[in-house]
Design a protein around this ligand. Structure first.
Ligand SMILES: NC(=O)c1ccc[n+]([C@@H]2O[C@H](COP(=O)([O-])OP(=O)(O)OC[C@H]3O[C@@H](n4cnc5c(N)ncnc54)[C@H](O)[C@@H]3O)[C@@H](O)[C@H]2O)c1
Ligand SMILES: O=c1ccn([C@@H]2O[C@H](COP(=O)(O)OP(=O)(O)O[C@H]3O[C@H](CO)[C@@H](O)[C@H](O)[C@H]3O)[C@@H](O)[C@H]2O)c(=O)[nH]1
Length: 441
């Protein structure tokens, strides 16, 4: 079975590498020639644990190759995955121009009967549209089937998720297509759920929207905990013990970010709106998230009302640990607000510094370590829960002008910060304030 993957970003590259690892021959195609050149040498354009090793292994085994030439990549393919981006339009809907272009590339280049598999997250009905584009532009009698196969990987654990996912969803409308895609995926040994195409498309949006709802819910509870003197960590643990609720995605923080939840929640509101349905709950989830992203600045200005000219250390820039992805990172939003209010920002992130420089340019200073970032600072903000930050020796905060730590990820125990004489404000927990006195925020 010859496989091609159109679009080699986070999803396309991980898909191509994982499919080659289980024995398929895979050609990954991307418009970006610089990226293709890098990938040919086994250099991953993204930071993703375990990815480079598997890339190199499968390039050497001649199962994995890269090209920017669609014809070369597509003409011999039996199965073609579409993994291009579906970013957010100004009105919140999903931008489908990359998907349309990929479908046009496919129809212009195929020389065999093919199954086109959509990995990209696309609104319900898009696979029908892809089929229409291909059928209407096809000048031969080649047979083309379209399958929805949404992706559920998480950045930072993408390779692990590919081999240990909870399910693989296959939406198809023929037994032949089900069988081929099921057979391709069998070596992953992950449960396969077969359904119709529209339901498969909806499963992806509904799953992301549900997870985002859990996060906004726990963030609201954390705000109420603060007002009442309860502790959100204890509340989450106690709730999560109920198997109907589950312990995952109940971590209160500074709001969800990343390349998926923010855009997919808004897209689902639009998808519902297109059929005259107002998704009130999801609108609330999005609004709560926006409010939560402003919480850190509110906590900071409660302690230092005028931050203009103050040196503020930002620890963590990526939208979550173990990735260099800054898309919709709450940390970037907070940093931009600090700059707007005239603060002098010094940032540190274990992996995302290079990407941050392309986004924030020279508007802030960049440190080479946690210690360098916080030295002589007026406050330190913890915005991403990297292990390096969680495991830092707390005495390092004595290098600050006046130890004040505002932690958006609840990385430390309140009592430990108190013991070290650090003024500490976190999410949904009592504060540790100076003079070893503990009061609600
Ligand atoms: N990032 C994630 O963790 C994740 C997880 C699950 C699903 N998804 C979904 O998967 C899709 C891809 O997301 P991503 O984060 O990998 O996107 P990305 O922006 O990282 O990568 C997309 C790639 O496609 C390339 N491309 C665009 N048009 C092309 C074309 N016509 N031919 C060849 N290459 C083309 C771009 O150059 C880019 O490298 C989106 O729909 C996203 O919602 C993403
Ligand atoms: O309890 C939690 C869990 C996550 N987050 C935040 O939520 C965001 C998203 O985190 P996560 O879901 O771990 O990462 P993503 O890589 O964005 O993965 C999500 O989005 C992908 C793209 O659609 C899906 O494939 C995945 O299944 C889905 O988890 C991040 O900002 C996290 O900090 C919290 O605040 N609290």
């Amino acid at each position: 079975m010859e496989i091609a993957v159109v679009g080699t970003g986070y999803v396309g590259l991980v898909t191509g590498v994982s499919l080659s690892e289980i024995g398929h021959h895979v050609v990954c195609i991307d418009l970006n020639k610089d990226k293709v050149e890098k990938m040919r040498k086994g250099i991953s354009p993204i930071y993703e644990p375990g990815l480079s090793e598997l890339m190199i292994k499968n390039i050497n085994a001649q199962r994995l190759s890269f090209t920017s030439d669609h014809r070369k990549g597509l003409q011999q393919a039996d199965v073609i995955y579409i993994a291009v981006g579906t970013p957010e339009n100004a009105d919140g809907s999903a931008e489908l121009s990359f998907v349309i272009e990929a479908a046009e590339n496919i129809v212009a280049c195929i020389e065999r009967d093919v199954i086109v598999v959509t990995k990209s997250t696309v609104p319900v009905g898009t696979n029908d549209m892809i089929k229409d584009i291909i059928q209407s532009q096809l000048t031969s009698d080649l047979k083309v089937e379209v399958v929805s196969n949404p992706e559920f990987l998480k950045e930072g654990s993408a390779i692990h998720d590919s081999f240990h996912g909870d399910r693989i969803v296959i939406g198809a409308d023929s037994e032949y297509a089900f069988n081929v895609i099921e057979k391709i995926n069998q070596p992953f040994n992950v449960p396969i759920f077969k359904t119709d195409i529209k339901s498969a498309e909806m499963i992806k949006y509904a799953s992301n929207a549900f997870l985002a709802t859990k996060i906004s819910f726990i963030n609201e509870i954390s705000n109420i905990c603060e007002l009442l003197g309860a502790n959100i960590e204890n509340v989450s643990t106690g709730m999560g013990l109920d198997q109907r609720i589950g312990s995952q995605f109940l971590k209160a923080g500074i709001g969800y970010g990343g390349s998926c939840f923010p855009k997919d929640t808004k897209a689902l509101i639009q998808i519902a709106g297109n059929v005259a349905y107002e998704f009130e709950l999801l609108k609330g989830v999005v609004n709560v998230n926006k409010k939560q992203q402003g919480l850190i600045i509110r906590k900071l200005t409660d302690c230092i009302p005028d931050i203009s000219g103050k040196k503020i250390a930002v620890l963590g820039l990526s939208f979550k640990p173990n990735t260099d992805d800054l898309r919709e990172s709450a940390s970037i939003l907070v940093t931009e607000e600090l700059i707007k209010q005239g603060a002098e920002v010094v940032a540190y992130d274990p992996i995302a510094m290079d990407n941050a420089k392309t986004v924030l340019n020279s508007s802030i200073q960049y440190a080479d370590s946690i210690e360098e970032a916080i030295e002589n600072s007026d406050a330190a903000l913890i915005l991403t829960d990297w292990d390096e930050i969680k495991n830092v020796d707390l005495t390092v905060f004595n290098k600050m002008k006046n130890p004040l730590v505002i932690d958006g990820r609840n990385c430390f125990l309140v009592k430990d910060m108190e013991t070290h004489g650090i003024e500490y404000r976190s999410i949904g927990r009592p504060a540790a304030v100076k003079k070893n006195e503990v009061t609600p925020i």
